[in-house]
Design a protein around this ligand. Structure first.
Ligand code: FMN
Length: 354
């Protein structure tokens, strides 16, 4: 299986399956001399971990990261940073029904066809449990690029949208509710809706908005590694993501050039920011912002028709502990992937001119 590493200079490789003994990763290329705040890394992991509120999967995992290398007396040594996170709460019997049958819209069929063998327990490698390792990698990256501020929050759940401009939002309220929406009234409606959907044995999708401030000018490597292209790859590599839109996005297509152009101030900043902080694939110093769309995830507690490995139609009903809406738990994952991209380009930018 290829494709388990992300990044060029600041590179994260992850390993492990949902119901194996542990998942883990190696961060290669992290410069020496960074004093790591390990509590901050664990804090980010706690935001992703299952069982944290009534509206997420009730799988109980402490998700404690154990660092094995690359850190001496709290400081990075420049050598590979290896880490593991134990899988402490597997209930593999919950998954015997998918041993020979494929969950519609999950990864069971494609993994089986591609590899001819599949660790079906908890979805194996296709489980979003893997994203805990991305959160660790991203949390280390954040400490390398500590002046850059990355904030993500829930912008919609199903049809319920956060109808406020970014400058009207108080980001300190994001963690005040389990939905991670900075508007408490909208958050309460979203929470009620997610509970309703869960009681119907169903799932619902939503969007995450991410805003990145204090980005230095010059990050991004044209032409194939444009900053927005790499952010897009990072976000689209997260489980259940169906869309990525940055800057003015699809709405921007409705404007004329005369309305869409970001006119300059004399210092090079722009009066508007429909470009989303990136021009020609390179950060221009303005805020970067983008939206990430998450689908209603596949495992529903309702009966659905599917096929088994013999190609016969069978009936399947979801079992086990699943997320009715993954968006609240996806917030730290989006932030982590953004941090990995920015840290990598921050390092690459060091050789762009003499
Ligand atoms: C934080 C998070 C939690 C998830 N939890 C579940 C879940 O409980 N049940 C499920 O069927 N899918 C869940 N998913 C999505 C699956 O991992 C994903 O849909 C699956 O691997 C197939 O990949 P695809 O949807 O990207 O095609 C979750 C995704 C994320 C980001």
């Amino acid at each position: 299986m290829a494709g388990n590493s992300f990044g060029k200079l600041f590179k994260l490789t992850t390993f492990g399956e949902s119901h194996g003994p542990a998942i883990g990763g190696i961060i290669d290329g992290c410069p020496a001399g960074i004093t790591l705040d390990l509590d901050k890394i664990q804090e980010d992991l706690n935001k992703r971990k299952p069982g944290q509120s009534a509206i997420v999967t009730q799988r109980k995992e402490p998700d404690t990261v154990v660092f094995l290398s690359g850190i001496f007396e709290g400081v990075t040594t420049g050598t590979p940073i290896g880490f593991t996170i134990e899988n402490a709460n597997q209930k593999s019997n919950d998954y015997s029904h998918i041993k020979d049958a494929f969950r519609p819209s999950h990864a069971d069929y494609t993994y089986s066809e591609k590899y001819g063998i599949r660790d079906y327990r908890g979805g194996g490698r296709s489980s979003a449990r893997e994203t805990a390792c991305r959160v660790v990698g991203g949390a280390v990256a954040k400490q390398l690029i500590k002046d850059i501020e990355i904030v993500a929050f829930t912008a919609s759940v199903g049809e319920l949208k956060l109808d406020k401009e970014t400058d009207e939002l108080d980001f300190s309220l994001i963690e005040s509710n389990p939905v991670r929406c900075p508007d408490p009234e909208t958050a309460a409606n979203m929470e009620t809706y997610i509970k309703e959907i869960r009681s119907q044995g169903d799932t619902v999708g939503g969007t995450v908005k991410c805003i990145i401030k204090n980005v230095p000018i010059g990050l991004g490597e044209p032409v194939f590694d444009k900053l927005h292209a790499s952010l897009g790859q990072a976000m689209l590599s997260i489980n259940a993501v169906k869309g990525f839109e940055f800057g003015s996005g699809f709405e921007g297509t409705k404007l004329k050039g005369s309305e869409h152009n970001d006119l300059f101030n004399q210092d090079g900043s722009t009066k508007t920011n429909l470009s989303g902080g990136i021009q020609g694939g390179i950060s221009n110093g303005m805020d970067i912002y983008f939206n990430v769309a998450f689908k209603p995830v596949a495992t529903i507690m309702q009966k659905q028709e599917t096929i088994n490995s013999k190609g016969e139609f069978v009936e399947m009903q979801g079992k086990g502990r699943h997320d009715p809406c993954v968006v609240p738990r996806a917030i730290p994952i989006v932030e982590a992937m953004a941090a990995l991209v920015l840290a990598d380009f921050w390092l690459q930018n060091k050789v762009s001119k003499i």
